[in-house]
Design a binder for this molecule. Structure first.
Ligand SMILES: Cc1ncc(COP(=O)(O)O)c(C=O)c1O
Length: 368
């Protein structure tokens, strides 16, 4: 494999992160005890403008926790879009509920509200819209469908920290919102995540469940519920605090680079790009294209060519209903997700890429 010259999604770690992590190490609080976890949670909630943020070990555990908090379990159905990472659906299975996979919209590539309405039954309990690659789903329609049908909404905002819909941050629309701080995300804590909610009771129970079902104030080892060891560490929180300080810088670079990609590629026959709704602003976590037949070169050939030039690219997530482990939930109607997947390429989007890097990616992509 050739050396990577322009990375896809590597983390952006600088002096500030080193300073914060070293301070945490010097303090002796290396694990879940320590003041920085709460500081990070408070800062995260303040940024989003929501009442509560509860940190977790990763986004997947955050979604698992969210489903537990809403008492979703066997016999319940949860609606999830076909085009997303496997972690959007696995937690539904962890709690014993049944996933119901629906297609995405051809423009936004996020959950198609029209498809949601078709699959609602009296067993449906929740919808998990995913803000794919940072692009906000059509949240006003999703929330209205949920309201009319008495359904919960858990936003999978793993990829969309900083994205807004109608001026409000993604993750703050649903009953619960879940973020990921994996190394490739908008900000990172190495591994980590956050569950946010305006509902104080849910937040209180979340704090219990992440701590093996034991209240923090409890002196004895009394466990009210069967919980999990889902807590973030003080060192991770230190990294998260430094990254939060730099979040505006990361978002500005990602948005500038997305606008360069759009400018350079918009008139190229056979290349499609993800559409931001007028009322939305994406974090552009990953800028992506879909290669159509008219481009006259297949996706795999383009990817090999770019890889050989040191441009790191990735195929789209394989639609959930095409996954061997979810084949029994195969849906006949995920046509859009299948099409996007077959031509989809994630392009370099790391938050330290220069304008020249993006121009170089476009040149390599188009130089056939
Ligand atoms: C859409 C989506 N949901 C959930 C997750 C899970 O997050 P984590 O890797 O932190 O468990 C990710 C990222 O990995 C993701 O992209």
């Amino acid at each position: 494999m050739s050396q990577i010259k322009i990375p896809l999604d590597w983390p952006n770690i600088g002096d500030l992160e080193k300073e914060y992590v070293l301070k945490a190490l010097d303090s002796g609080f290396v694990s879940t005890a320590g003041p920085l976890v709460k500081e990070f949670e408070d800062e995260f909630a303040a940024y989003l403008g929501c009442r509560n943020a509860v940190s977790v070990v990763n986004g997947t555990s955050g979604l698992h926790l969210a489903l537990r908090l809403l008492n979703i379990g066997p016999g319940d159905e949860v609606i999830v879009p076909a085009l997303t990472f496997i972690a959007s659906i696995n937690p539904i299975t962890y709690v014993g509920a049944t996933p119901v996979i629906v297609d995405v919209h051809p423009d936004t590539w996020t959950i198609d509200p029209l498809q949601i309405e078709k699959v609602i039954t009296d067993r449906t309990k929740a919808i998990i819209p995913v803000h794919l690659y940072g692009n906000p789903a059509r949240m006003d329609v999703v929330m209205e469908i949920a309201r009319q049908n008495n359904l919960y909404v858990i936003e999978d905002a793993a990829e969309s920290l900083g994205s807004t819909y109608k001026g409000r941050y993604t993750g703050t629309f649903g009953d619960l919102g879940v973020f990921s701080f994996n190394g490739n995300k908008v900000i990172t804590t190495g591994g980590g995540g956050m569950v946010v909610t305006d509902n104080d009771e849910l937040a209180q129970r979340a704090r219990l469940l992440v701590n093996q079902g034991r209240a923090d104030s409890e002196k004895e080892y009394i466990h009210q519920e069967i919980g999990y060891n889902f807590r973030l560490t003080n060192i991770q929180a230190a990294l998260g605090l430094a990254q939060m300080k730099r979040l505006p810088e990361f978002l500005a670079v990602k948005r500038r680079n997305a606008s360069i990609y759009r400018r350079e590629l918009q008139n190229v026959t056979g290349i499609r790009m993800q559409k931001e709704l007028n009322e939305a602003e994406s974090s552009w976590w990953l800028f992506s294209i879909v290669v159509e037949d008219e481009f006259d070169e297949e996706r795999d050939s383009i990817m090999s060519r770019l890889t050989a030039k040191g441009v790191q690219v990735r195929p789209f997530f394989t639609p959930l209903d095409q996954q061997p482990c979810y084949s029994k939930y195969n849906i006949p109607n995920s046509k859009v997700a299948d099409h996007l997947y077959s031509g989809g390429i994630n392009l370099p989007s790391a938050s330290f890429l220069t304008e020249q890097d993006v121009l170089d990616v476009c040149r390599e992509l188009l130089e056939r």
